[in-house]
Design a protein around this ligand. Sequence first.
Ligand code: SF4
Length: 341
Amino acid sequence: MELIHITKESGIPLIGCIAFGIIDRGTDLLQVRPVSGCNLKCRFCSVSANNPDIHPTCFSVDVSYLLEEIEKVVRFKETSRAERSEVESSSEQTECEINIDSVGEVTTYPHLIELVKGLKAIKGVKRVSMQTNGVLLEGDKVYALQKAGMNQINLSISSLNQFQAVDLSGIPHYSLEHILQLAKIISDSSIELLIAPVWIPKINDAEMPRLIQLAKQLNAKIGIQKYEIYRYSRKVKGAKQVNFWKFYQQLKALEKEYGMKLVMTAADFSIHKAKRLPSMFEKGDKAQVLVKCPGWIKGQMIGVAKERCISINNCKTAIGKRARVKILESKNNIYVAAMVK
Ligand code: SF4
């Protein structure tokens, strides 16, 4: 697997590629992706992380560059709020939450503590949270994260059965005991704990009540996620994807039975709408890009234009050359394109 280190000098923007950088979905929560690699091979992984046949490239972003670009986006959101409050005569001061997540595992990023410290030093960042599978986290790292200012850890645990947990992780040395000890350490710290299972119908149905009980015992929140199948997902044999209506009915039934809030909305996470970064390309647009490096998905290259990354499918253009592309997907400033012949 090729590791690409993204620095300011590389000229690769941190907006536009789903695998690294900053994702703005038009709210005051920014997703920050410092790294794309993963240490597990979960059988339900929606992106097939850690599969070099699909993802031959792994990205890691220079921490100073990442912090500098995040600060620009936070300032942009702040400016947009100032403009809005002038119009609305409102003095409301909303600040951003940064959620450190990944198409892989954020604890594989060697500068995680420095990143958290740097984020908390940015004026206008009110909260920092992160997703993790927990395998690489030890107690001392949790204390270091707490000291750096981490507010919440969303810990993936999808089964309390050791045999099933190992099976789902795709890694024989996965230790449920370690993850449960870690959950206790986090819950005893000042960092909020959210247990984040994926509910895989017909596979771990019986685990959901047990995980709810665990969250109760640890005084933690729980955010049960729906099993989704995408183009590049690993599909769990025998599992069936349910629709959102059925999923929420099931959550409501468990809510009633266990007296714990399970149906979460943006309001529960205090997420508010905030002005979006301007979209530079719409679906169907054509653009001239400078090819910078291989992309996250096999066959892709990353091209750059208008301060955005564009992932170009089936691209054979050499690095440093220009290519003409047609935008196939444009959502939340994430772009995928095809070559124009
Ligand atoms: S930890 Fe997350 S990204 Fe890694 S394989 Fe599992 S589901 Fe995929």
